[in-house]
Design a protein around this ligand. Structure first.
Ligand SMILES: Cc1cc2nc3c(=O)[nH]c(=O)nc-3n(C[C@H](O)[C@H](O)[C@H](O)COP(=O)(O)OP(=O)(O)OC[C@H]3O[C@@H](n4cnc5c(N)ncnc54)[C@H](O)[C@@H]3O)c2cc1C
Length: 451
């Protein structure tokens, strides 16, 4: 990576200093009925950890956070705070809400730097759990169940854990050293990680995991199959590719794992990004960092765009252009079946615009690798796994649970965590119940033998 590129991928927001964090914490009104907590999907005890911070009690602040969250350094950076905790802060009335995300980030980073956390961990004798996938959902189930005395192993298809946190969200928003530090904390709870194991391929599948003695299995496998535009003429041209593939490659390039030539973008290219969500913003802002001239093409209005507002504003300030109510109706070929231009339907009518490259960011859905190799896991017409309320989060296959994006469609990190926390409870109840029944059966068998 050249020096210019290195700088451009450095974290956009370096976070609070200690003095800034404590000063911000002291501004909190400690409301009797804290609205911020209501705005947090995992009901983090925000006023309590802010109070601890305001007195300089860093260990306490982290302990309070750990009661609800396994990934605070990540949530502090990538949650849509303006819609959640911070958006609910009563001080919004004065236009100065407490910067809760940055406070959470500060506490978690301080904990990592100083290695403060000292948790008393129970014996891992309550049951054996397999977690498939190590994104926010899998990491949350693993962390919660390890803390409750379960022996947990995560199976991850990639060569490093983290899911979208590691391979999707770019370095400048979520430094990989932060993701690795959070994962190390989960490992320190006694969770085992087996990477490069794609469950459903070769010899490892749901049945083989049960044969290995796992009492319950959690699927947190996300949505790895991106939507394509195959019905649009020219969609298979060279130069039309997926944003997630591009982001994955750039993350690997930033890590030094691959060369610049493996990143599908040359300096100075004119790039279109199709979509209006966070993935589109990440692709656009990443492409601009690599020297491209970038336009986002979104089929709806600015107001309807699902991306986090701050992401959109950053993209604009970095030079990304936007065309609203604009759809690509044809990818036009130049030499060697390479993309040369796009035919656009715009509010001003149809026009043809030159593009060297287009990245698609129009959604994704689950892969069927596990359900196609396992009997009894029902999915809906789009491939999302169906789950039941009791035991909470169990699929139609007994003992197999699921949560996160593979159930609820592409959402956010904290919503995947929220779903996973609830499923972890369902799994704990299920395993306790089967263990109890096993014990009862043994008593009965012993009684019969004794007679
Ligand atoms: C580019 C991008 C940017 C985003 N930005 C934000 C943001 O700023 N804020 C926010 O809150 N959300 C954001 N999101 C959404 C958020 O990242 C997801 O909602 C969240 O990661 C879902 O978590 P998950 O654990 O369900 O799945 P994932 O994070 O997708 O993790 C699934 C894991 O399962 C593994 N896996 C899949 N199949 C198998 C198998 N058969 N065997 C073994 N392992 C398997 C995968 O390799 C992966 O590691 C973004 C998403 C993307 C793609």
């Amino acid at each position: 990576m050249n020096t210019e590129e290195t700088n451009s991928f450095q974290a956009v927001d370096e976070g609070f200093t200690m003095i800034e964090a404590i000063a911000e914490a002291k501004k909190c009104l400690q409301c009797k009925v804290p609205q911020c907590r209501k705005g947090c999907p995992i009901e983090n005890d925000i006023p309590d950890f802010i109070h601890a911070l305001s007195m300089g009690n860093m260990g306490d602040a982290m302990r309070i956070i750990n009661e609800k969250s396994n990934l605070p350094a990540i949530c502090g950076r990538v949650c849509p705070h303006e819609k959640q905790c911070q958006g609910h802060c009563v001080m919004n009335k004065k236009g100065t809400p407490i910067q809760i995300g940055k406070i959470e980030q500060f506490i978690a980073d301080f904990d990592t730097a100083m290695n403060l956390t000292r948790e008393k961990l129970p014996q891992k004798d309550r049951g054996k759990i397999a977690v498939i996938g190590s994104g926010p959902a899998g990491l949350t189930v693993a962390g919660d169940l390890a803390r409750q005395g379960f022996n947990v192993t995560i199976f991850e298809g990639q060569d490093e854990p983290g899911g979208v946190l590691m391979y999707g969200i770019p370095e400048y928003r979520l430094p990989k050293k932060v993701v690795r530090a959070e994962i190390q904390k989960i490992e320190a709870l006694g969770v085992n990680f087996e990477c490069n194991v794609l469950v459903g391929e070769n010899s490892v599948n749901v049945d083989s995991l049960f044969h290995q003695g796992y009492d319950a299995i959690f699927m947190g496998t996300g949505t790895s199959v991106p939507q394509n535009m195959d019905s649009t003429p020219g969609a298979k041209l060279r130069g039309v590719s997926q944003s997630t593939y591009f982001l994955h490659n750039v993350n690997s390039y930033n890590e030094g794992a691959i060369g610049r030539d493996m990143v599908p973008l040359r300096d100075g290219e004119k790039v279109g990004v199709i979509g209006g969500g966070n993935v589109a913003m990440d692709a656009a802002r990443t492409a601009i960092r690599l020297g491209a001239d970038v336009t986002v093409l979104y089929r709806r209005t600015q107001e309807e765009m699902p991306a986090i507002k701050a992401e959109y504003e950053q993209a604009v300030s970095e030079g990304v252009k936007f065309k609203w109510n604009t759809s690509v109706t044809e990818f036009i070929a130049g030499e060697n079946r390479r993309l040369a231009a796009c035919r656009l339907s715009t509010p001003e009518g149809e026009l043809v615009e030159r593009f060297d490259r287009v990245f698609l960011a129009i959604g994704s859905r689950p892969a069927n690798r596990i359900v196609s190799t396992t009997e009894g896991i029902e999915v809906d017409e789009k491939g999302y796994v169906k789950v039941v309320e009791r035991p909470y989060g169990m699929t139609t296959r007994r003992g197999v649970f699921a949560g996160g994006d593979v159930v609820h469609r592409p959402q956010t990190v904290v919503l995947a965590m929220k779903a996973a926390k609830d499923v972890a409870q369902g799994m704990a109840q299920y395993v306790d119940a089967i263990k109890l029944l096993e014990a009862a059966k043994k008593v009965e068998e012993q009684h019969i033998t004794d007679k």
